[in-house]
Ligand binder design. Structure first.
Ligand code: NAP
Length: 287
């Protein structure tokens, strides 16, 4: 069993860390807000007082943080993780931060330490039940080293060399952003044409956006947008998608329009609600 440092105990990090602990690994956890470490400590995890301390003695260190800016802070801020890494230690970043951030951070690690990018598809239920899809960017040797650990979290795919997992995740979330905005616009059109929303949802459940209709129908019908995947993160992902494309001279017009809807919804107070709250915003409702 491995000694694992786990940093970032948000909606996703908490159930992921709990699975690794239950899988028999020795876990040291750290979170910016210490109260989120309490439940894991009660289950046997050690709590580190800083990101640097979480690295001490670990075989691998996993980060599951909100944004590229959060990863920068945890790696290179005060008592940061990067300076504490030594040769042979492997950092697995599972946050959605995009390939450019992963490669930039990798270039600034101490000699001999390396980053594997392993962001995930799936949300809190999949994180809890070990059914995430994990996209790994790594050398073959690194991939074989991290695979047994990541398999406790779900299905693991080797997307390619370093940065490829983060790249695959951006592609996947371009589609997710498009699907939720399409659902919002379809319902808004249905409202305008005086169709019954339950009829529209029944018909859309059998359309190309069927999976998201099925996943988010309850939120839409009840108006309960308690977050699984925060809208601020969906907006961040589309920012990263557009920036990654622009850096490679690609213009993604639809992704830009989808980002605008998410940014509008965030500006109207929905940033910390579930990303499906964008549907309410598009329909002109308060989430
Ligand atoms: P979350 O609930 O918002 O948790 C974010 C984590 O990042 C928390 O531990 C938070 O610490 C930490 N953090 C934020 N800013 C920080 C900073 N400046 N310095 C140190 N720590 C900081 O997010 P989540 O839903 O777990 O998502 C984590 C990552 O996975 C994101 O990149 C997200 O896009 C991605 N993701 C999410 C889902 C989903 O369904 N939720 C699915 C797939 C991928 P505090 O507790 O102190 O705020």
């Amino acid at each position: 069993m491995a000694k694992i440092g786990f940093l970032g105990l948000g909606e996703m990090g908490t159930p992921m860390a709990a699975r690794l602990l239950r899988g028999g690994h020795q876990l040291t956890v750290w979170n910016r807000s210490p109260k989120r470490t309490v439940a894991l400590a009660n289950d046997g995890a050690t709590v580190a007082s800083s990101p640097a301390n979480a690295a001490a003695g670990a075989d691998v260190i996993i980060t599951m943080l909100a944004t590229p800016e959060a990863l920068e802070q945890v790696l290179f801020g005060s008592e940061g993780l990067a300076a504490a890494l030594s040769a042979g230690q492997l950092l697995i970043d599972m946050s959605t931060v995009g390939p450019d951030e992963v490669r930039s951070a990798a270039a600034r690690l101490p000699h001999g330490a390396a980053i594997v990018d392993a962001p995930v598809r799936g949300s809190v239920p999949q994180a809890t039940s070990g059914k995430l899809e994990v996209f790994v960017g790594a050398t073959r040797e690194q991939y074989e080293r991290v695979r047994p650990i990541l398999e406790l979290l779900g299905t693991v795919r080797h997307a390619g060399g370093p940065g490829s997992g983060a790249a695959m995740k951006l592609v996947a979330n371009l589609v997710l952003g498009g699907a939720i905005v399409t659902l919002g616009e379809a319902l808004a059109l249905g409202d305008a044409l005086e169709l019954k929303p339950d009829l529209v949802l029944d018909v859309l459940a059998d359309s190309p956006i069927g999976p998201i209709v099925k996943a988010k129908r309850v939120n839409i019908e009840t108006g309960d947008f308690s977050p699984s995947f925060k809208l601020r993160h969906a907006a961040k992902d589309l920012r990263l998608v557009i920036e990654a494309a622009a850096a490679r001279r690609r213009k993604l017009q639809q992704a830009e329009a989808n980002r605008e809807w998410l940014d509008d919804a965030a500006a109207r107070g929905a940033a910390d609600l579930d990303f499906s709250a964008v549907v309410a915003a598009i329909r002109g409702e308060n989430a």
